[in-house]
Each structure stands twice: as structure tokens, then as C-alpha cells.
Design a binder for this molecule. Structure first.
Ligand SMILES: [Zn+2]
Ligand SMILES: [Zn+2]
Length: 383
């Protein structure tokens, strides 16, 4: 069986057996078995899930890392695929089965060339990307300490198999989550003047929040304010004393992230006060901007031509905890084509499908960039 067929089988197996963030125990076991079977060194770790492995020799040059995430989502799969999830309610709806399979493939190929590598390649099979805490766990466990640069990617259903999308600077957004409780005074629906109406207050707040993107943030710097869920009251003739809404802010620079957060709090508090209500705001910060180091991106664009058809892509307003690694060391994150058909379902949809045809492009992206980075960084060191 050739490598591609072997990897397709592995991916289908992983797709059938998805596990959620922080609970990737069988996945971890499976990955370890695959690596051990090829004589690839496992690195001892305090991580409960996820696998760290190494190929090469640190005495011969720099250390770089390749990262793939391994977790799935609480979604009931509706693809109808022959290899659909066997667990109802859990699905690889973000294609992390594809990511980890391609990193395994890259590990197999790099192992064959181990003697020729100019340094050490650390393989990071990262848990809990969807929960946005896995990258931090890997950092806290010390696996980035001696690493000089890191390479990652996300499959992209908007790109056809064979395509590799790159851009310097921000490629995915910084993510903030908010939860707001509005406190008013409940009353009979027929006597609103005796209460403080939380429904009218929340409506006003949501309308006013639209002015952040329209009037505060630069039209040249994309940002998003989305209220996604609101709830207040439970019947027709009572005005409730409390209401709730939540949602997310997305931005592409530390300055615009700060601006969004500041304007959000001001508008919520002041609008609530206008109606005589009070607001309790809880901000839950997610990952920062997935920021591609310009020099590394240039090297990656050049080397990736050997792996696929490289193109300049627009950023995505989704978030990625790969950004946590990039805050520690320079890194590059690409989008690799996984579907490309008109109307292909996006990430996190129950009918999301990645195509096996894109797998080898991802494998080769890791391999050529690992080799190239080791060479480039050795040259830099010896200068
Ligand atoms: Zn996802
Ligand atoms: Zn993902």
C-alpha cells in the first residue's frame, strides 16, 4: 500500500472515532502506536492528551516544530459518509482528523530522511484547539522552550485540494467572548412606568453596538461585533427584571482589539444607564491574532511551491490557538485546500467534508518547510 492509501485509511479511522477537547485519549493512544511502529521517538510529557515526538538531531542544527491539532466538536454528523463518526453527538467537523493524519504522513517521510536533517523536528499533536486551551498546555509543558520556529496550517473548504494559501501578518482573528446580564425592575406589562424594562434596554444596546464597526474601527482594518444569543422574560404579560445576551468580538491587531473591548464596555454600560438599568459584563479573552512572521512567511511561500499551488489569501475572522505559539516564537500558519466546491459547507457544520485528495499537499507542506526552515535557520546561525 502506498503512503497516500495508508493515510486515507488512517484519516477515515480517525474520522470515525472523534474525541472532544481534552478527552482525546484513544486518539493519543492511536497516534503513539503509529509513531512507535515507525521507530519515531516519543518525547516524555506531562500532557494528559496529545503527543510530542521528535525526528533528527539537535546537535546538527536548530530545532523547529510542526503542529497539528487533534480534537473534535460536539456536533451530530450529518454527512452520510461511509466513514462517518460512530459516536453520536461528536464529529470531526473542523477537519482535525485531516491535520493529524497529514502530520503523521510527514513524520513517516521525515523519518526516512532523518540522517540528512540539519537539526531537530519536533512534532506537536496538540489537544484541545477547539477549547482554546491546548496550545497553552503544550507551552506550559515546556515543549516550545528550545524551538526556534513553528509551522502549522488549517484545512480550508473554500480552497481546492492542491492549493496552499498564505499571507504575512494576521491570517486569523483575535477572539473575545462576552456575556452580559442586564438588571432592571420587573413589573406588570400594563404598567411599564413602574419598572425598568430590560428588553428595551437590550434592544437599544444591540443597536448601539453596531456603531463600533461602522464608526469606531478603521474601514481598512477588519473587525466584527456579533451578538449571537439573547434571552429575557418568559410570558406575555410580565416585564422581567433581568435579561442576558452574549456574543463575540473579532479583530486583527492589539490596538483594534483594545478599541473594540473599550467601546463595547462603554456602550453597554452607558446605554443601560440611559434606560435606568445596570449591566454586569464578563469578557472572556480567546486567542490573539494568528500572526505570520514576515520573514518566515517569505521562506514558506517560496518552499511551499514544491508542495502545491501557492496563493495569497484573505484572512479569516475565525480564531486559532496556534496564535499562542506565535506569541512565544515566530511561526507561519497556512490554509490548505480541502474541498473547493461551490457552496462547500464551512468549518463546524454537521455536513462538513474534507477531501482526501488534499492530504498529500498537506504532508508535503510540512516536509518541505521543515527541511527548508532547518537549512535557513542554520545559515542564519552560522552568519
Ligand atoms: Zn474549529
Ligand atoms: Zn479547526
Amino acid at each position: 500500500m502506498n503512503l497516500k492509501q495508508q493515510l486515507v485509511e488512517i484519516r477515515h479511522y480517525l474520522h470515525q472515532h472523534p474525541e472532544r477537547s481534552g478527552a482525546e485519549f484513544q486518539t493519543t493512544k492511536f497516534l503513539k502506536e503509529q509513531l512507535i511502529a515507525k521507530n519515531i521517538r516519543l518525547v516524555p510529557t506531562t500532557l494528559k492528551t496529545g503527543v510530542i515526538a521528535e525526528i533528527g538531531n539537535p546537535a546538527k542544527g536548530p530545532t523547529i516544530a510542526l503542529r497539528a491539532d487533534i480534537d473534535a466538536l460536539p456536533i451530530d454528523e450529518q454527512t452520510g459518509l461511509s466513514y462517518a463518526s460512530v459516536y453520536s453527538g461528536t464529529m470531526h467537523a473542523c477537519g482535525h482528523d485531516f491535520h493529524q493524519t497529514s502530520l503523521l504522513g510527514a513524520a513517516f517521510l521525515l523519518k526516512e530522511k532523518e540522517e540528512q536533517l540539519n537539526g531537530l523536528v519536533r512534532l506537536i499533536f496538540q489537544p484541545a484547539e477547539e477549547g482554546h486551551f491546548g496550545a497553552q498546555q503544550v507551552i506550559d509543558a515546556g515543549h516550545l522552550e528550545d524551538v526556534q520556529a513553528i509551522i502549522g496550517y488549517h484545512n480550508h473548504p473554500g480552497l481546492a485540494p492542491g492549493k496552499i494559501g498564505l499571507r504575512p501578518a494576521g491570517i486569523m482573528a483575535a477572539v473575545d467572548q462576552f456575556e452580559v446580564t442586564i438588571h432592571g425592575v420587573g413589573t406588570h406589562a400594563a404598567a411599564p412606568h413602574l419598572g425598568v424594562d430590560v428588553l428595551v434596554t437590550i434592544s437599544g444596546i444591540i443597536q448601539n453596538l453596531q456603531s463600533i464597526v461602522a464608526r469606531n474601527s478603521s474601514p481598512l482594518n477588519p473587525s466584527v461585533v456579533s451578538v449571537t444569543h439573547m434571552t429575557a422574560g418568559n410570558t406575555w404579560n410580565v416585564l422581567p427584571d433581568q435579561g442576558f445576551f452574549e456574543g463575540t468580538l473579532r479583530s486583527f491587531s492589539p490596538a483594534s482589539r483594545e478599541l473594540l473591548n473599550q467601546r463595547f464596555v462603554e456602550i453597554v454600560e452607558h446605554t443601560a444607564a440611559t434606560y435606568g438599568a445596570k449591566a454586569t459584563i464578563k469578557m472572556i479573552p480567546g486567542p490573539p491574532v494568528t500572526f505570520n512572521d514576515p520573514q518566515l512567511t517569505e521562506w514558506t511561500i517560496e518552499a511551499s511551491q514544491e508542495a502545491g499551488d501557492v496563493l495569497h489569501v484573505e484572512p479569516s475572522t475565525a480564531g486559532e490557538d496556534f496564535a499562542n505559539f506565535q506569541q512565544k516564537i515566530p511561526g507561519v500558519f497556512a490554509f490548505i485546500g480541502s474541498n473547493g466546491e461551490e457552496g462547500a459547507p464551512a468549518w463546524h457544520h454537521s455536513d462538513f467534508i474534507v477531501k482526501d485528495e488534499g492530504l498529500m499537499t498537506a504532508v508535503n507542506y510540512y516536509v518541505v518547510n521543515a527541511e527548508n526552515l532547518l537549512e535557513k535557520l542554520s545559515d542564519n546561525d552560522s552568519k
